[in-house]
Every structure is written in structure tokens, then in C-alpha cells.
Design a protein. Sequence first.
Length: 259
Amino acid sequence: MSPSPRLRTVEAVIISHKDYGEADRFVTLFSREAGKVRGLAKGVRKAHSRKAAYLEPFMHSKVVLARGKSLWIITQADAVHQYMALRDDLAKTAAASYLMELADRFSIEEEPLPSVFRLLTASLKRINDTDDAYSVLRYYELQLLDHTGFRPDLTDCVGCGKPITAQDQYFSTASGGVLCPECGTIHGGTRRASVEALRYLRHFQRSAYRDIEGVQIPPGVREEISALMAQYISAILERRLLSPDFMRRVNGGTDGRVQ
């Protein structure tokens, strides 16, 4: 938030919180107006606190922030949307946690990203309302990469620049896109990418969500796409994400990303 007023109201999704002292809590939120913000909610763990329920993870809330000496103080919170199913269904909780972790990792504190905020709130609602979050997660990944400057090139070879043809290719996390069969054999650190997986990835990348919502992807291709995206995202972030392991545990040892 640049040159910031002493008091401001933001619309935000709660990413996480951490207890502090006997009654306070540090809260990380992702707002439409200011991007990722960390603030202190004083007294929020006391029984009479009226804002506690609206500062829980996944809540879409309107939050009032006051500038303290070194950080923002959360003085008020009210619900915009509660996404109740995300709390009642552990698989939905795990999928939503993945969205939140990516929003956290791909954002810088107090840098507004309104397009990412819209993507995040829309994706939380979709997970809340659907029984199969696979398309929501893959669409979110690709659109988030686009909005944050890490869009993978899925149409032209990142080695020679030639258009990709309808055949199996390679994918390079280091180069950020697809390599044709000729370039793929001479570049290290690549993985094979089937023509089917690339077709679905391109469709998800260039389409509105309403155009991919009913797409049925074969299980084997789902797994391939999930593994490819996981490898690419981990390479960008240079760290292991925690929420995919949570999804695997929830789904009985399988990769929850493909559910």
C-alpha cells in the first residue's frame, strides 16, 4: 500500500493466521485494493470478540485497517461471503488451502493485484459449489501464472521458435514452455508432454472458465497435467509447497490435485 492513509477499508480473503500472546492473532490477508497484507487483530481470541469469525482462513471479508507504529492493526471485520462448504468438507478445505498457498507465494506484500483477487474469490466459490475441483485448480494455476508474469509458452517451441504441431512434445521448466521433439532431445531437464495434455492445457490457458467447466479429461491425462504443473510451479517458487501433501492425505494417499 503506497502512500498509505492512517485508516482504510479493504475487501479481502483471509489466507492464514497465527496466534500471538494471550489474545491476539497475526492475520495474513489478500485484498483487492492492496494485495497481500499482514496485520494484527488485537483481542480476537477472546470469547466476546465479534470479528474473530470473519478472520478465519477462506473468509471473504471487509476489513478495516489502522496504521500502527510498525504494522497494520485490524480494527473491524465483516463477512462478504463465507464459503461454508469449504469448512464442512475436508477435500474442499484441502483444495482451497492450495489456492491460498499459491496466492501467498506468488504475491509481494502490499502490491495490488486486483486480477488475482478476482481469480481467487471466483475459484473459492467454484470449489465451494462443485464436487470435482480438478478443473478449478488447473484453471487457477494457469491464470495465476499469466497474471503474475510466468505464463508458460504452449504454442511455440521455446527452443527454436517454431509453432508446436499436433504430436507429443517436451516441456522445459527452466525455459518456461514446450520444446519440439528436435529441441527436446538436446535440452536437459525436460519431461515428455503428450499431445492430449498440451491440448487441454492450451484450452485452459486461453479460455474463459465457462468454456472449460464441463470438460472431461481422462484420468491418465489428469495425472500428467497435474505433475507437469506441479513441477513448473515448484521450479518458479524454488520451494516445496505444503498444501499438495495435505490434499494427498485427505484423498487417501493419492494426489489430491487430480481429484
